[in-house]
Design a protein around this ligand. Structure first.
Ligand code: GCV
Length: 655
């Protein structure tokens, strides 16, 4: 397999991206470790591009505690031949520096002062990294970019240079928090909390240099597993004592530690249900231990019955998070954040926005996205997810007059797609997903298309290419519509899953149909889809506030792209688009494959305009994407032709 010439790919921070800054005289004013990071960045750029060391400064980055930019904001101004970044706190100076890098020459064009502040205070990545290699899940659960960046041979890596480089990339797109281990906490990894905390501290030291706070996933059963207690009951005084001591110990090693991430009573992880306690009790236990130190517990809402009987039509997995958590609103501690997946199921290519978001007005809420492409092509397929996330973040749970998800969220979290792969993300173009997550977390209203432009300008510096416009157009062509393309050739109209069980790659229409996971499509000879209406189905639609509960309740008003999520309809049901469900399935699957083939050709035409090793790696992945897309098309179309007996209106070959 191909790789970048010397070690690690620079992603969106190639030297060339620093040309405008590095060829100018830069002055950094202020003291402290993060200011030193900015100073070192400026010096590095100058060393590369020869900016003057003396004389009047073209760019001044100034820490000024009297400003009102807040803990991470900055004011950027360009007047009288000088660009100034002013920040009230060091992190703002760092983000201001990277904004100047992003703007390139434009940062040196006259412009009035503008203050930038992140819309969301906490912008976090969760790593699902195991310290040891798990026999089934490998080292990184749902990881498609090699092994872990943090852990090797059962311990923290000795050389953490790549971790620092990762922190740098993350700071440049606005991420300020990160958890270093899997939410499925296996016994060896549980010990990171106690006798192995120095390994976490070493990682935290690297990330701190770029303004990133380190968090740790912990096991709810830690007092039993590690402390020798006979209970983990959240209301037991010995248990409370144990967690307080555990938190004190962590903070003794990592004074700016961010807090714990907890997956409890979920897919086999221990939790408060075993003691007849609520999840507010469970979260409160850990929040109480962290509170004296200013830490936070991220308590995941991904709680559902994963041992369901598929014959039982009264249980609907989509309902579970709301049913468990909405009644607990007001009972969570102030420093507990309920972390909710953006959809009610599990990061499918299309889901409605979770009704939990907006349903707990008295609770801190984190919205969880998935940058790693578990169900969206596993970094073998190009699938730029920014448009999906943008739709989620702009959704208004209470209708047009209410706030957006991006406004409701107190924290935005995403499962990272990074590993020890030289390109960081396996598929070089999957770097865009990581960049876009950070930028959307900073500003949930950002235009995904604009983010694509930003990213490709930084990463590929087209101005330095022989054919800038062709390069730009080619990159846009392969990325901009890639989520829509992926959706076309996979599970139709919001029905979800239809993937191969376990690893979730490639098609298997009935792969999850008779399983205990609550993931069904109910296709028969007459129709397909899940009736989640209140009138005749599982009642899930009624978990939404108005107007959505009414919109989703009826197949007449339900948007086409979610129809099969909410309704079981006959194959002849006519969509708002004017076509029938069955014909839509055939058409989109033929289109999806054609679009992949076309994108692959565009990519081939960019040979010579992008680095040869990147070109080769992406070309290899396109071969697999096209093969897999054909497999999806043929299995889905054949399945529904056989089930329905309805021929394709255009007479195309279906097997
Ligand atoms: C970390 C899905 C994934 C699991 C993951 C889980 C979660 O079920 O397939 O690998 O476990 O989500 O989010 O906890």
């Amino acid at each position: 397999m191909s790789g970048p010439p010397a070690g690690t790919d620079p992603a969106w921070l190639p030297d060339e991206a620093f040309r405008a800054v590095g060829s100018r005289r830069v002055q950094v004013r202020g003291e402290g470790p993060l200011v030193d990071t900015v100073r070192a960045e400026a010096a590095r750029a100058r060393a590369r591009f020869g900016g003057a060391a003396d004389g009047p400064a073209d760019l001044v980055l100034c820490l000024d505690g009297s400003g009102d930019e807040g803990p991470e904001g900055f004011t950027l101004e360009r007047t009288a031949g000088r660009t100034t970044v002013t920040a009230a706190a060091p992190a703002g100076l760092l983000y201001g520096f990277f904004e100047v890098v992003r703007l390139g020459e434009d940062a040196f064009v006259e412009a009035p002062a503008r203050t930038h502040r992140p819309a969301v205070a906490e912008r976090m990545l969760n790593h699902w990294d195991n310290v040891d290699v798990h026999p089934v899940m490998g080292q990184v659960e749902r990881g498609y970019a090699g092994g872990s960046l943090f852990w090797q041979d059962g311990q923290a890596r000795g050389d953490l240079a790549r971790v620092r480089a990762y922190g740098r990339l993350l700071a440049a797109c606005g991420i300020n928090a990160l958890s270093v281990n899997n939410v499925n906490v296996h016994p060896a990894e549980a010990r990171l909390l106690t006798d192995r905390i120095t390994e976490v501290a070493a990682i935290a030291d690297e990330l701190r240099a770029y303004g990133i706070r380190t968090h740790l996933s912990v096991s709810f059963a830690a007092p039993v597993l590690l402390g020798g207690l006979d209970t983990a009951d959240p209301l037991d005084e010995d248990v409370r004592q144990w967690w307080r001591a555990a938190a004190d110990h962590v903070y003794a090693h990592i004074p700016d530690f961010g807090g714990f991430v907890v997956k409890a009573d979920s897919e086999g992880q221990p939790g408060p249900f075993a003691y007849g306690r609520s999840h507010a009790d469970g979260a409160g236990l850990l929040a109480g231990a962290l509170a004296p130190h200013g830490g936070t517990v991220h308590w995941r809402a991904f709680v559902y019955d994963h041992t369901q009987d598929w014959r039982d039509r009264t249980t609907d997995r989509a309902r579970a998070a709301y049913d468990h958590f909405a009644p607990l609103d007001g009972q969570f501690a102030d420093n507990a954040v309920l972390q909710v997946k953006h959809g009610p199921m599990d990061f499918q290519v299309r889901e409605p926005v979770s009704p939990v978001i907006g349903a707990l007005p008295h609770t801190e809420v984190a919205v969880e996205l998935q940058v790693t492409q578990e169900y969206t092509g596993q970094q073998r397929h190009v699938c730029a997810l920014a448009p999906l996330w943008s739709q989620v973040l702009r959704f208004r749970p209470e209708g047009a007059e209410g706030p957006t998800v991006g406004t409701i969220a107190d924290s935005l979290v995403a499962v990272s797609n990074v590993g020890d792969d030289p390109y960081w993300t396996g598929h070089p173009l999957a770097q865009f997903n990581l960049y876009a997550f950070g930028r959307l977390a900073w500003n949930p209203d950002a235009d995904p298309d604009q983010l694509l432009t930003e990213w490709l300008e930084l990463t590929f510096t087209p101005d330095r290419s022989a054919e800038p416009e062709r390069l730009r157009a080619g990159l846009r062509a392969v990325l901009a519509g890639s989520w829509a393309t992926y959706e076309k050739y996979t599970a139709p109209l919001g029905v979800g899953f239809m993937v191969q069980p376990g690893h979730h790659y490639g098609p298997s229409v009935d792969g999850y149909e008779y399983s205990p996971w609550g993931t069904y499509h109910f296709a028969d000879r007459d129709g397909v889809g899940v009736d989640r209406s209140a009138a005749t189905g599982t009642g899930y639609a009624a978990q939404y506030a108005k107007p959505w509960r009414e919109t989703y309740e009826s197949a007449d008003t339900c948007p086409d792209d979610l129809l099969l999520f909410f309704h079981h309809v006959p194959y002849g049901h006519v969509l708002h688009s004017g076509t029938t469900v069955i014909q839509h399935i055939y058409d989109t699957h033929f289109e999806g494959v054609a679009e992949v083939a076309a994108a692959r050709e565009v990519w081939a035409s960019l040979a010579g305009l992008v680095r040869p090793d990147v070109h080769e790696r992406v070309s290899e992945r396109y071969a697999e994407q096209e093969r897999c897309a054909r497999e999806w098309r043929d299995q889905i179309n054949s399945y529904f032709l056989r089930a329905s007996g309805v021929p394709d209106a255009h007479g195309r070959r279906i097997h």
